[in-house]
Design a protein around this ligand. Structure first.
Ligand code: COA
Length: 165
């Protein structure tokens, strides 16, 4: 599996065998499909408000993975005023999992956060979800466990380091 970034088009390609997945910023035409994916993952993500997704698209803080002509997953995040980017929601459609698409979506957030001068990405993940192992595999650090409204939440952090040129 190979990841390549096209600087000119500001998108990333992931190739696996004959398949090519692309990560790009979402556009408003993607909104219905993103909302449908979010709704299909209500257990993991909670209720995701359509208007909030729309605003994230308009701010350029929502990216999608495209496989062929299908939207295979999305990641929504927010660059705060301080040094932190917060990852709010990430989901890959079940049939596309375990192919590196989630990793590629997180990499897109990492690059965007660095480009915006941030030095850390944080997120909260319900303690019961298998996704916690995904963050471990990606090198994130578990910094706390909080008691959320409905369930315990693991707080994950990815410190960002500038790559040497
Ligand atoms: C979490 C999620 C986004 C991962 O997407 P994905 O495309 O399957 O992840 P990748 O294929 O990029 O996996 C990257 C690495 O994490 C590992 N990984 C992914 N999901 C895993 C899981 N459930 N358990 C253990 N390891 C996992 C992969 O094996 C891979 O490891 P490797 O590179 O060392 O071989 C996806 O499972 C998902 O959408 N889950 C439902 C929604 C959800 O829980 N979102 C997070 C809420 S906090």
């Amino acid at each position: 599996m190979v990841a390549v970034q096209s600087r000119r088009k500001r998108r990333m390609l992931l190739t696996s065998g004959n398949q090519v997945s692309i990560v790009r910023k979402a556009v408003l035409d993607d909104l219905d499909t993103i909302k449908a994916i979010a709704d299909a993952h209500r257990d993991e993500l909670g209720f995701v408000i359509r208007r909030a997704l729309q605003e994230s698209i308009e701010r350029g803080e929502l990216s999608v993975a495209i496989d062929g002509d299908r939207l295979a997953g999305f990641v929504e995040y927010r660059h705060r005023r301080d040094q932190q980017t917060t990852l709010y929601h990430i989901a890959v459609v079940e049939q596309w999992r375990q192919r590196g698409i989630g990793r590629l979506l997180v990499e897109a957030v990492r690059r965007d956060a660095l480009a915006n001068g941030k030095n850390v990405i944080r997120l909260k993940c319900p303690e019961s979800l298998p996704a916690n192992e995904f963050y471990t595999r990606l090198g994130w650090q578990k910094i706390a466990v909080e008691s959320g409204k409905r369930r315990r939440l693991v707080v994950w952090e990815l410190p960002l380091v500038l790559e040497a040129k």
